[in-house]
Design a protein around this ligand. Sequence first.
Ligand code: B12
Length: 207
Amino acid sequence: MAIQDIFNAVMAFDEDKVKQLTQTEVAAGTEIGAILNQGLIGAMDTVGERFSAGELFVPEMLMAAQAMKAGLEILKPLLSAGQAQSRGRVVIGTVKGDLHDIGKNLVAMMMEGAGFDVVDLGVDVASEKFVQTAAEKKADVIALSALLTTTMPAMQTTVTAVKEAGLASRTIIGGAPVTQGFADQIGADGYSPDAPGAVKLVKKLMA
Ligand code: B12
């Protein structure tokens, strides 16, 4: 079964094969939503579960996410043409003063893989930029990443700015030094220690 082959190729971290199989499926007229949900997202769900169970680690998760992205690039123009519905819009970035982006990229990729429309603002993002973009894009969730203890206060500034702007967007935070306690302290709507958890968290917040 061809969609199962796409699933298997993501699990095998085979970027070229995912690309080629996705192209073949699209050309054959297979429903885009099925390729996305059963092939690409299905595989990333399994990767996320195996990561949580300690059976896969960050490098494997990155390779799977990269392979998934190769398929997603082919589906993206078709998805925006309205053939499959986005689960919601997420604006993500690493906060001001912080240049670490590996974890943030992983979270963004997993969210895309889970069917969310992701706007990635990159690194060193000022609170004003988060607020402005979230307002423009009518973001459901604003996701903030920080890897430095010295940039964690920028999360507080951003969460406060989002509230003061009166946006409906929920804020979630993460990154190695960040904790649930810190999220509670600054009034963020959620925290997750890893990328699969971030996807679950956003799904929960939007349910
Ligand atoms: C790679 C790295 C770098 C690279 C970054 C490259 C890049 N493109 O990202 C470079 C070399 C540029 C770098 C620079 C610096 N670094 Co550095 N870096 C690291 C290192 C080794 C790995 C970070 C990483 O990518 N981890 C892998 C990813 C996958 O994990 P993660 O980011 O934690 O993400 C996961 C979760 O946290 C979560 N997550 C992440 N973001 C989000 C967001 C949301 C919303 C959610 C829900 C979840 C979530 O999901 C991810 C996946 O599961 C860490 C050490 C470490 N082991 O953490 C130090 C580390 C973070 N760096 C450190 C420091 C000090 C620096 C520098 C100041 C060094 C210097 N003197 O110049 C500069 C700072 C530059 C700056 N202004 O940002 C310190 C921070 C200390 C502290 N407590 O503040 C660390 C901890 C190293 C150490 N032990 O001292 N660094």
